[in-house]
Design a protein around this ligand. Structure first.
Ligand code: ADP
Ligand code: F6P
Length: 322
């Protein structure tokens, strides 16, 4: 066990439901070991502005059920440059922080890695609705975002069926098709268009026409933003096959709301593990959930590997969506 007196904590990149319960878990586990926590506002931007405060138990009480992040988050282009990273280290030293915990996505871990490369002890916790981070089967916020999507698609299905309509629904996910694919499986959508698979709109159009012939009353196509846009798909379906469709872009509602039970427990486990791993002397790595257990993966491995969608998931969506 190494000795730690004070650690910095920040959330960075897109917010995700689960960040707040994770902040709480970090604070409480740290307190258990007599470690103070400096809450850094607005991610790396706040670290550069020396915008931090000493957290106390009041800051984390009543936040387990809250979406978003009480520490605020931001994107900070400047942090990609050495000058900014040096300034960040200076600010952490000024505030007597021995280590840093970063809750965020792959981009944020590049910033974390840069600080670890300058000798700071740093641990990452995967927080991103995209579920594109290697080294964790699930990232914080994915389950809640999925539930948000499912709730929205179920509602759209009611009106789609009443009007015998085709809907094209666009989900977030950046370069990952995870949210689109899994929510297609979970809502019984007819097709998922994702960046991981070359899509064939002629085939999708033929399926839609066949379904109407069979007397099916609606069609739901889920498009991952990394593959195309709902507008583009709708235009193409109209051009190829004369199919008229309605469009819903789910946008940021996917990222909001109270974290699900799954996200709260995952956040609690990962937040606590991050502190314990720092005490064990780990740095330059991320804590994640692998096959039900907490595992450590170096940032190097996180960056050099791709989180796969999972065996048979693409085939499953295809078979069940017929
Ligand atoms: P996410 O962490 O959700 O993947 P971003 O990719 O937007 O989100 O990254 C969040 C922040 O992490 C960026 O705004 C920047 O401050 C920092 N960051 C991203 N890439 C790098 C990099 N290559 N070097 C240093 N910092 C980075
Ligand atoms: O990385 C999370 C994410 O929600 C992506 O799915 C999406 O592309 C992006 O962030 C949106 O970012 P912003 O909130 O800055 O529009």
């Amino acid at each position: 066990m190494i000795k730690l007196k004070k650690i910095g904590l920040l959330t960075s990149g897109g917010d995700s439901p689960g960040m707040n319960p994770c902040i709480r878990a970090v604070f409480r586990e740290a307190a258990q070991h007599g470690i103070q926590v400096m809450g850094i506002r607005r991610g790396f931007a706040g670290l550069l502005d020396n915008d931090m405060f000493e957290m106390n138990s009041n800051h984390v009480s009543g936040i387990i059920q809250k979406g978003g992040t009480i520490l605020l988050t931001a994107r900070c282009e400047e942090f990609k440059y050495e000058e900014a990273q040096k300034e960040a280290i200076n600010n952490l030293v000024k505030n007597e922080c021995d280590a840093l915990i970063v809750i965020g996505g792959d981009g944020s871990f590049h910033g974390a890695q840069a600080l670890a490369g300058r000798g700071l002890d740093v641990i990452g916790i995967p927080g991103s609705i995209d579920n594109d981070i290697y080294g964790s089967d699930m990232s914080l916020g994915v389950d809640t975002a999925m539930n948000n999507i499912i709730e929205a698609v179920d509602k759209i299905k009611d009106t789609a069926s009443s009007h015998e309509r085709t809907f094209i629904i666009e989900t977030m996910g950046r370069g990952s098709g995870y949210l689109a694919l899994m929510s297609a499986i979970a809502t019984g959508a007819e097709a998922a268009i994702i960046p991981e698979v070359k899509y064939d709109l002629e085939k999708i159009a033929a399926r839609i026409k066949e379904r109407y012939k069979q007397g099916k009353v609606s069609n739901i196509i889920i498009v991952a933003e990394g593959a195309s846009t709902a507008y583009q798909v709708a235009r193409q379906l109209s051009k190829i096959a004369g199919i008229v469709s309605k469009i819903t872009v789910l946008g940021h509602l996917q990222r909001g709301g109270s974290p699900s039970g799954y996200d709260r427990t995952l956040a609690s486990r990962l937040g606590s593990a991050a502190v314990l791993k720092l005490l064990e002397g780990y740095s330059g790595c991320m804590v994640g959930l692998v096959k039900g257990e907490i595992k450590v993966t170096t940032f190097e491995n996180v960056f050099n590997n791709k989180r796969e969608l999972g065996p048979r998931m693409i085939e499953l969506a295809e078979v069940l969506g017929k």
